[in-house]
Write a protein that binds this ligand. Structure first.
Ligand code: BGC
Length: 407
């Protein structure tokens, strides 16, 4: 790719372009004991590693934010944990809400724009017992929770209702299958079934209800974030037809539901080919990342263009996640720098991108595993000491230069 993005012209990116990093509550806070994920980890018979104290960000969030701000970043995406805010159906914890309000205030004080997620994979265990997202109470329960959280979101500018509803639909489908006694393999090397569109439609309903509440009670821009698959058809008409069909189930259902939102969160890590049998598993390759995914920094450009086309070019995009699981921080910088070149190329074509939030701020709990490390900051899990990696300083430098990749 051309060197034209090494130093960006003023005004190339929109005013107020957000440069930052993302986390989620269950992956960082620790001791999320009231959640369905905590329960699942403990019932998994060792199949899932435990989140435990996670990286204790429930207590150390100020230190986390300060490291990002000191490096030069200007935004932090974090989430509110439903299981803490509503530990028992209908009983809301004022103390938990005050905690998240302190996080918002702390971010502001440090010069970070808070981007707040209302649901990031984990739900209260009682919600799962009521049938979860497929249960009869799902939408009213979620809406009621969102109403309560809005009390602390008055001045927040960016709210994400649901993180990756497409992956949530996939997980809910798997949970249902496991209850019915089927073995579920989530490995990067298997042909995964597409997310259940029935569950997806229920999530669309929940999202729409949440958007209405957030709009009525706050002045925030509201949207949701989709796990972009960057699916590319193999040659041939059959593969092309299969790709269109799978793209609907994997992401367009969720893109279409975002057409009247204030923004769409784009989350991108890798890209996959589709042949006539479906999505082709990541081929084994020495460059594959610690999650077994193909090393594809170009996926971000594909993701942005796909999301822009599926929302008919009328919804601004915010990269709410992009990153790589690697133990080698030099690779993280190389991956991110290449991904940003693809982002700039999409912007040059006219795609409206409002920010870039890297996943993740910290090495955190990767949903059942600790080994895949996505962080700009390393964490000692005994002492919780934070150690910024060179990639944090590097990304902060990019932010300070308004996107310029070299000084
Ligand atoms: C999720 C994160 C996750 C990341 C890397 C996204 O699916 O939103 O919670 O850690 O990707 O797998």
């Amino acid at each position: 790719m051309s060197e034209q993005w090494q130093t960006l012209r003023d005004g190339f990116l929109p005013d107020g372009f957000l440069w930052g990093a993302s986390t989620s509550p269950h992956q960082t806070e620790g001791n999320n004991t009231g959640s369905d994920w905590w329960r699942m980890e403990h019932r998994s018979g060792g199949r899932l590693q435990l989140s435990g104290d996670a990286v204790d960000s429930y207590h150390r969030y100020e230190e986390d934010m300060r490291l990002l701000a000191d490096a030069g970043l200007g935004a932090y995406r974090f989430g509110v944990e439903w299981a803490r805010v509503e530990p028992v159906p209908g009983e809301f914890s004022r103390a938990a809400l005050a905690h998240y309000r302190r996080m918002i205030d702390t971010a502001r004080r440090l010069g970070l724009e808070p981007v707040v997620t209302l649901h990031h994979f984990s739900s209260p265990a009682w919600f799962a017992d009521e049938g979860g997202w497929t249960g009869p109470t799902a939408v009213p329960r979620f809406t009621r929770y969102v109403e309560e959280v809005c009390a602390i979101l008055g001045d927040v500018a960016w709210v994400v209702t649901v993180n990756e509803p497409n992956i949530l639909a996939l997980m809910a489908g798997h949970a249902k299958a496991m209850e019915e006694g089927y073995e579920v393999d989530l490995g990067a090397d298997v042909r995964m079934p597409a997310p259940d569109t029935g569950i997806g439609e229920r999530l669309v309903e929940a999202h729409r209800a949440a958007v209405a509440v957030v709009r009525a009670r706050t002045s925030a821009k509201v949207g949701w974030s989709v796990a972009q698959q960057s699916l590319v058809p193999a040659p041939g008409a059959e593969a092309a037809a299969r790709c269109t069909e799978l793209r609907y189930a994997w992401e367009d259902l969720y893109h279409h539901a975002a057409r009247d939102d204030d923004f769409l969160g784009v989350q991108s890590y890798t890209s996959q080919t589709v042949d006539e049998h479906g999505v082709v598993p990541h081929p084994e390759h020495p460059d594959n990342t610690l999650t077994g995914w193909a090393y594809r920094p170009d996926a971000l450009g594909i993701a942005l263009r796909d999301a822009w086309a599926a929302t008919e070019g009328r919804v601004p995009l915010l990269v709410t996640e992009n990153g790589i699981a690697t133990a080698d921080d030099t690779r993280r910088i190389a991956y991110t720098s290449e991904a940003l070149r693809h982002l700039y190329a999409a912007v040059a074509e006219g795609v409206d991108v409002r920010g870039y939030l890297h996943w993740s701020a910290l090495d955190n709990y990767e949903w059942g595993h600790w080994e895949p490390t996505f962080g700009l900051i390393g964490v000692d899990r005994e002492t919780f000491t934070r150690t910024p990696k060179p990639s944090l300083g590097w990304l902060g430098g990019v932010a300070r230069r308004g996107g310029g990749l070299v000084g």
